[in-house]
Design a protein around this ligand. Structure first.
Ligand code: ADP
Length: 870
């Protein structure tokens, strides 16, 4: 038995797309066969059937209706699959033999832009390539047309991880000969991205350049400023991939921009995560992150830009100050800020609307939303007619309202257009004369038909005569059987119902043809007119993208100013100095969450380079360290900061070693991660960097840990010279103050009263010499016998005195245990407990049980009040 011609066609296509699930269009369905069907039926939870396929007998099959395909495709893509969409290329009615079919698009995680995209996030497709010296990374957001490249030449692994963490791509493209395939796969797994191997080897540089030149219709690549051949190779991989997989127009990808890592403050991937810049560690939510506090944007474009500001703090003094000026202007002029916010609220996501319209997916509502957003730009511009910051003035002056385009849309598109494009209700009356006359004809016919009922009732004397419409017979006149003797000659019977007959007349059919013909033609014409108007968008791509960027910036400044008002931030003074001083700084996220926060100072200059912070667990060491890093990042991204006043000498990189989270995905132990992160910062921090080391050495034994910690501090002091915050519970380290000139000890204060300790969260000069570990253990609810035993052991260790150096840790501990001694003996059961144990549950009725419970409750209440009055 041979394949049927259709199945032969299927297998030919499937052979070309072995890695994709082939959606094979059959009438109103997309069908899947074989393994594709098995996968899809499972992922999509749809029934698996089978179909006779020729030589191999029946093959598994499943299908989804084409009008609902988008949701199914999205589900497959989100599960990491690719979908090859195969359409019928001719009308089956007219086809001779098998209907012509072909794959019109391959949908992949990085190119799927129809689904529910997060408005606040970009969706990047990343491509990697390399040349003799460096790796190139290209990132492309199909939904907005943003296209960028960067060269990674030093610490390629670390910078790759940092960039990928920042970009959060949905899909990463590499050639099969990419040198570190496993590394990329691991990273991709961690980020939830898929890795797509596109070709066996990279193109030649000449071929790669050609791809870019052709797409951008450019004679040279110079204007794009791609700085290495690796960037050109990567950009061309990305572009070729979308050209190959998408049949859509890609004209919203207008240019590619190159940036360098050195242009922005460098923050490695772990620090980004640990500082919870854009999402929390625990549940990966924006709420609870720094972005959550800063984000008051009201447009999707603004939200995306704010995020990228936060992830790429600046290094150039002038640019940072220009942003601060803009925030200040909006902070000082409340009315202006609120007016701006109000206008921005009515601006839709220009970038994504444009992307959809250009790709040919946008409907009339998208077009309307685009135009109405552009209509807001003159208002926004006039808001800023008065004096503001230079940056705001520049941004608003560049806004281009595109009046011809918005007028065209206003004139052409109805107020509430249909979602679909082929069912009419798109174009206004008066826009096109042909459309107007068709509508007139249709209306004329319809009103003739509407009048027919009255006319015929009068003529025939049948009061119950009705004119109606159905899809099969069209318009008809209905007369009940009781009146059939009154039906005139010219009625022609068309349909018989249980108690009525339906008739037509030649005139009725004539009018009907007019109406239906006109309606049909109206829909077609409206569709054609709409496409023409939609095409106009292409003329304005650049201007619309430009507007989008400007509006995004305005929204970001509006957002930062609102955050500053809401949370009482101040403008930091920026400089290129080494000195960094923050007075009464606060942790923005904890303060926003809890409403109260104990402010603290931090200070660095030529004589104070390393701050060694001691204090018991829970005192607030980690919070203080993070706070300093966050405030520096905020200042350099252009935000105001939570402090009384601040002067910040620019920081080029932030290195952190915070928290002790095992890197389970790579199978490294806590200590290993700790050491490799520390190694990284020792090798790469500069004098301008900020280093945050939280409890370094905690991951190993006391001696090891302390030894490593001390050596690291000494190295930073002598060689690296970066401003450094170092928290530790090794109190011995505070003696380094005597040997290291630029190291200063600070402590987080606690107050002890009656064996309880109170955390004051206040940082001050000096050092702590006690751990209070047992107090904390008690507060955390460790069983009393354990606490008691620890106290005894501690005492023993102390009196032995001559033991290992470890005893130094508690050298001066004079723990007052009298309070604890007074506690009732924990090992002996209380009266209540005894009674409870003695209770024979088989011999009490429910009522008795209730009575016993009541008695106990009263007893406990009495004991409590007795204690209270003591
Ligand atoms: P450590 O690192 O010393 O163990 P943390 O920094 O984790 O302590 O802080 C412990 C708790 O104290 C956290 O819940 C934190 O929210 C709170 N905290 C820390 N610093 C402050 C502060 N300055 N004001 C108010 N609460 C604080």
């Amino acid at each position: 038995m041979k394949h049927t011609p259709m199945m032969r066609q299927y297998y030919e296509l499937k052979d070309q797309y072995p890695d994709s699930i082939l959606f094979f269009r059959l009438g109103d369905f997309y069908e899947m066969f074989g393994d594709d069907a098995k996968i899809a039926s499972k992922v999509l939870e749809i029934a698996l059937t089978s179909r006779e396929a020729g030589p191999q007998g029946r093959v598994p099959m499943c299908g989804v209706p084409h009008h609902a395909a988008e949701g199914y495709i999205e589900k497959l893509i989100r599960s990491g699959y690719r979908v090859a969409l195969c359409e019928q290329l001719e009308d089956p009615k007219q086809a001779k033999g098998v209907v012509k079919r072909d794959v019109v698009r391959v949908i992949t995680p990085g190119t799927f832009i129809e689904g529910q995209l997060e408005a606040e996030e970009n969706q990047f497709l990343v491509a990697l390539a390399w040349d003799a010296k460096a790796a190139g990374l290209a990132s492309l957001d199909m939904s907005t047309g943003e296209f960028m490249t960067v060269t990674l030449s030093r610490r390629i692994g670390a910078s790759l991880e940092s960039e990928l963490t920042r970009l959060q791509p949905a899909e990463i493209l590499v050639t099969a000969d990419w040198p570190e395939l496993d590394g990329v796969k691991n990273l991709a797994d961690k980020l939830g991205a898929v890795v797509t191997k596109i070709k066996e080897t990279q193109d030649s540089l000449a071929a790669a350049s050609q791809v870019l030149l052709e797409h951008f219709s450019a004679a040279t690549l110079t204007p794009f400023g791609l700085t290495s051949s690796a960037e050109i190779l990567a950009a061309s991989l990305a572009l070729q991939y979308v050209q190959d997989t998408q049949r859509a127009v890609l004209s919203h990808i207008r240019s590619v921009k190159s940036y360098t890592l050195e242009q922005y403050m460098q923050i490695d991937a772990h620090s980004r995560d640990n500082l919870e810049l854009v999402k929390t560690i625990r549940d990966e939510k924006k709420t609870g992150s720094l972005l959550g506090v800063l984000d008051n944007t009201v447009t999707g474009m603004g939200a995306r830009l704010l995020r990228s500001y936060l992830e790429k703090p600046l290094l150039e003094l002038e640019a940072i100050e220009a942003r601060h000026d803009a925030v200040e202007a909006l902070l000082d002029q409340t009315a202006l800020r609120l007016d701006l916010e109000e206008q921005l609220r009515e601006v839709y996501d220009l970038e994504r609307l444009l992307g959809r319209l250009v790709a040919g997916n946008g409907n009339a509502r998208d077009l309307k939303a685009l135009a109405s957003s552009l209509e807001k730009t003159p208002n926004i511009r006039s808001l800023f007619a008065k004096e503001t910051s230079p940056l705001l003035a520049e941004l608003t002056a560049q806004l281009d309202p595109l009046p011809e385009f918005t007028e065209l849309v206003a004139r052409a598109i109805v107020d509430e257009p249909a979602i679909t494009l082929r069912d009419g209700n798109l174009i206004r009356d008066g826009y096109n004369s042909q459309l107007d006359s068709l509508r007139q004809a249709s209306r004329g016919g319809k009103s003739w038909i509407r009048d027919l009922e009255t006319k015929e009732r009068e003529r025939t004397g049948i009061k119950s005569l009705k004119v109606g419409f159905n899809r099969v017979f069209g318009y008809y006149i209905e007369v009940t059987n009781a009146n059939s003797h009154l039906v005139p000659e010219d009625y022609q019977r068309k349909q018989t119902l249980a108690n009525a007959e339906r008739y037509i007349t030649p005139e009725l059919k004539e009018q009907e043809a007019l109406v239906l013909g006109a309606d049909e033609r109206i829909k077609e014409l409206e569709y054609e007119l709409f496409l023409e108007i939609r095409k106009q968008v292409h003329e304005h791509i650049e201007a619309i993208q430009q507007n989008a960027k400007l509006i995004a910036n305005l929204d970001v400044f509006q957002s930062l100013a609102s955050a500053a008002v809401k949370h009482n931030f101040v403008r930091p003074q920026m400089s290129n100095d080494y000195a960094l001083s923050i007075k009464q700084g606060r942790h923005p996220v904890i303060e926003a969450a809890t409403g109260r926060f104990v402010p603290n100072d931090v200070f660095f200059d030529d004589s104070q380079q390393i701050i060694l912070l001691t204090g018991p667990n829970m005192a607030g060491k980690s919070t203080y360290l993070r706070q300093v890093a966050l405030l520096v990042i905020m200042a350099q991204m252009g935000s105001f900061i939570p402090a009384q006043e601040a002067a910040i000498g620019l920081v080029d990189r932030i290195f952190t070693r915070i928290g002790a989270s095992d890197d389970l995905s790579t199978g490294q132990s806590t200590f290993m991660v700790e050491c490799s992160e520390t190694a990284d910062l020792l090798l790469n921090a500069t004098e301008r960097s900020l280093i945050i080391l939280d409890e370094l050495g905690r991951g190993t034994s006391t001696y090891d840990g302390m030894a490593i910690a001390q050596a690291v501090i000494e190295h930073i002091h002598a060689k690296v010279k970066a401003r450094t915050l170092f928290s530790t519970h090794f109190h011995e380290l505070t003696s380094l103050e005597h040997s290291l000139r630029k190291l200063v000890s600070y402590r987080v204060e606690v107050e002890e009263k009656d064996g309880e300790i109170y955390f004051l969260h206040r940082v001050s000069r000096g050092s702590t010499d006690r751990s209070y570990g047992i107090n904390v253990a008690r507060m955390a609810g460790m069983p009393r016998p354990v606490i008691k035993r620890s106290l005894n052991l501690l005492e023993e260790l102390e009196t032995r005195g001559n033991g290992p150096r470890q005893l130094d840790l508690f050298k001066t501990l004079d723990y007052d245990t009298s309070d604890l001694e007074r506690e009732p003996e924990a090992a002996a059961p209380s009266e209540l407990e005894k009674e409870l144990m003695d209770l024979d549950l088989n011999n009490v009725t429910p009522l008795e049980a209730l009575q016993i419970l009541t008695r106990w409750q009263q007893k406990v209440a009495k004991e409590d009040s007795d204690h209270g009055s003591n």
